[in-house]
Write a new protein. Structure first.
Length: 383
């Protein structure tokens, strides 16, 4: 990989961005997420003549320049030149010269200040003559100490697994599953990519008892592609979950952990306990609502309360993942007579006969004794 350094002025850089000579949105970049205060602090840095970290550009296969690192900085500078960012004269530390510029846009700056902004030099490192994975690996390393979320960092890792996740996310956006209206949260900071990546890794490992933390997902991204069964499993699960959501009269609000749980459940249940019943999610949400409103002591209410607890506390812990999955299965088995798995019918009988305050301990004991979640998907006859 060859690196070439230059120090163009901001006026030249902005002109190249406006003319389309620099692409701020290659596929590995996140959206433009800096809020107004952060953009104003960058402009304040420029006005003070302080140092701004170098921008890294990559020469793509067509000879164009795309931003590898520095997208947020360039976008803020571009928008300042377009009069979309105002100077904040009260930015610390106090500076009387900056204070006099408070509230001004680029075009309203005094001529001498505008000239200084135009001529401000910003170091640019251009990369060419590289192997396919080298620029993305450099982006990953550059941003390890920045405030990127784990999925944003992983999104820069060049490889088949990353591309498969991105394609799945786009496919599920088009299908209508991955929308804020249906699941209750947006794709801010690549939240959808994170859920789909974790679901894929869980199915690939075929072990719900493995903690799918950031390091495990990153390792899969570096290892290679997901097998076809993993991708098709998530696709089928997503399609069924979308049907269940649309059958639910009330709005369902998932978080990342519970959405992953339902996707994984919808991936394994059809092969182990039979078709997922219509109305399962609707009945499940009904039980949760009844429990919240009536403080039901029925064992089903205790199951719903346990699910809620593990949907908001220690969400990614292995124990929480297993409990949520098992609770969904038990509700399906009890309410819709789907097939038991690993003697879960005996657990149901125990829960109906035992004091309700023993529900959590009974669930935890069953999970350990049955080795619930290992493997996730199998075609063995249900117990």
């Amino acid at each position: 990989m060859r690196l070439t350094k230059s120090d163009p002025d901001l006026e030249s850089l902005v002109r190249r961005i406006r003319d389309g000579e620099i692409d701020l949105q290659p596929d590995f970049q996140r959206d433009e997420i800096w809020d107004s205060p952060r953009r104003q602090r960058l402009i304040d840095t420029v006005l003070r003549g302080w140092y701004v970290p170098a921008i890294h550009l990559v020469v793509d296969s067509e000879g164009g320049d795309v931003v590898l690192d520095g997208q947020q900085r360039l976008a803020a500078i571009r928008d300042f030149f377009a009069n979309k960012v105002k100077v904040n004269g009260s930015t610390e530390p106090p500076d009387e010269r900056i204070k006099r510029l408070d509230g001004l846009t680029y075009e309203k700056l005094p001529p001498e200040v505008r000239r200084a902004v135009n001529s401000f030099s910003l170091s640019v490192i251009k990369l060419d003559d590289y192997e396919p994975q080298e620029p993305n690996e450099l982006f990953f390393r550059l941003n390890q100490s920045y405030n990127l979320t784990p999925p944003e960092k992983r999104n820069a890792l060049h490889g088949e697994a990353r591309d498969q996740v991105k394609e799945l996310v786009e496919e599920l956006k088009v299908s209508g599953l991955l929308t804020k209206e249906r699941i209750g949260f947006s794709n801010s900071r690549l939240a959808y990519d994170d859920v789909i990546a974790r679901a894929c890794v869980a199915l690939q490992l075929d072990d719900m008892r493995r903690h799918i933390n950031n390091n495990v997902v990153e390792a899969q991204y570096r290892t290679g592609a997901f097998v076809e069964a993993t991708i098709s499993g998530v696709q089928s699960a997503a399609a069924r979950l979308l049907e269940l959501i649309d059958q639910t009269p009330t709005r369902v609000r998932f978080n990342k952990g519970t959405l992953q749980t339902w996707l994984v459940y919808c991936a394994w249940a059809p092969t182990a306990t039979g078709p997922i019943p219509d109305g399962l999610l609707a009945r499940f949400e009904e039980l949760r609502l009844e429990t919240r409103e009536d403080q039901s002591t029925d064992f089903r209410g205790q199951l719903a309360a346990l699910y809620d607890d593990r949907a908001s506390y220690r969400v990614t812990d292995v124990s929480s993942v297993l409990i949520r999955d098992l609770v969904i299965h038990l509700v399906s088995e009890h309410e819709f007579k789907t097939l038991p798995r690993r003697n879960s019918d005996s657990l149901l009988r125990q829960l109906q006969e035992s004091p309700t305050n023993h529900v959590q301990s009974s669930i935890s004991t069953f999970i350990e004794q049955s080795d619930w979640g290992n493997p996730i998907v199998n075609r063995e006859a249900s117990a």
